[in-house]
Design a protein around this ligand. Structure first.
Ligand SMILES: C[S@@+](CC[C@H](N)C(=O)[O-])C[C@H]1O[C@@H](n2cnc3c(N)ncnc32)[C@H](O)[C@@H]1O
Length: 267
């Protein structure tokens, strides 16, 4: 029996790794982690998943695989050949006798994660492999918990009949504007990506939609250089790191207003 398990290890804080994730990582024969694949021969620095995992298990069973994590060009040959190469390493580890292999990934393995590409490629390569995932805490949950929203203790992602839209800001200004036009909560991932609108444009779109109140940005959560600030301050920043998340809370008027909202129905 060969099992490949995508293990979500949260956004960066080692305390936000679940008990199940730690057990699965400890019980795995090999733990693969992604590192930035560079063109040079120098060995890349530990990625965030690895750093988080090393707070819980020793380095002996951890192996790095390179991914074109910084590739901006969509489905590029560089990306697909990195998936092939990583999947071949996983296949070799199974051939060498491993029965349970984990792949550690930041946040959750089913949300914008390299794991889904790896899993599909491994499936095509290793006969009979079973693929599982262990959920992880996402960046939006961490930011919601640690920013001071209208309750004074966290930014509420959704209540009552409100909707929650999650979108990558690499989709451009139009997609963000459309989402802000709806009354529900909007979460923007990949805020600092080069392909997305710059910080001052994001702030302008929020202001135009009347959605600056309570909107918050968290960068490098749980990591060195962490920064959590109101989205209103985005205009003063020339750039934000790629690891930045935006939460724009739903339009709310008083306690329980989300219960009577048209975008869901009362519960
Ligand atoms: C490729 S996605 C990975 C998402 C991840 N699988 C999750 O479940 O949160 C990368 C985006 O996740 C968000 N993100 C992940 N880790 C973060 C962190 N430590 N601080 C802020 N945002 C983070 C950012 O929006 C970043 O651009």
């Amino acid at each position: 029996m060969k099992t490949l398990i995508g293990v979500g290890v949260g956004p960066g804080d080692p305390e936000l790794v679940t008990v199940k994730a730690v057990r699965v990582l400890r019980e795995s024969d090999v733990v693969f982690v992604p590192v930035m694949g560079g063109p040079g021969p120098e060995s890349p620095a530990a990625g965030r998943a690895e750093t988080t995992i090393r707070a819980h298990i020793g380095p002996e069973r951890i192996r790095r695989v390179a991914f074109a994590l910084n590739d901006q060009g969509g489905l590029t040959p560089r990306r697909t050949s990195a998936w092939q190469a990583a999947a071949s390493e996983v296949a070799r580890a199974f051939e060498a006798g491993a029965t349970t292999i984990s792949f550690g990934t930041i946040g959750d393995p089913n949300l914008y994660s390299t794991f889904s590409y790896l899993a599909q490629t491994v499936r095509g390569m290793v006969r009979g492999v079973s693929v599982e995932t262990v959920p992880g805490i996402t960046a939006m949950q961490d930011l919601a918990a640690r920013s001071a929203g209208m309750t004074g203790a966290g930014t509420v992602l959704a209540e009552g009949g409100e909707s929650l839209v999650l979108l990558p800001l690499t989709g451009g200004a139009g997609a963000l504007r459309d989402a802000l036009g709806q009354p529900g909560t909007v979460v923007g991932y990949k805020l600092g990506a080069a392909a997305g609108p710059p910080p001052e444009e994001v702030r302008r779109l929020l202001a135009e939609a009347g959605r600056l109140d309570g909107a918050v940005v968290g960068s490098r959560l749980g990591l060195e250089g962490e920064d959590i600030r109101p989205a209103a301050e985005l205009a003063s920043l020339p750039a934000v790191p790629y690891l930045s998340t935006l939460i724009v809370p739903a339009r709310r008027e008083g306690v329980g207003s989300g219960l009577a909202r048209p975008d869901g129905g009362a519960r």
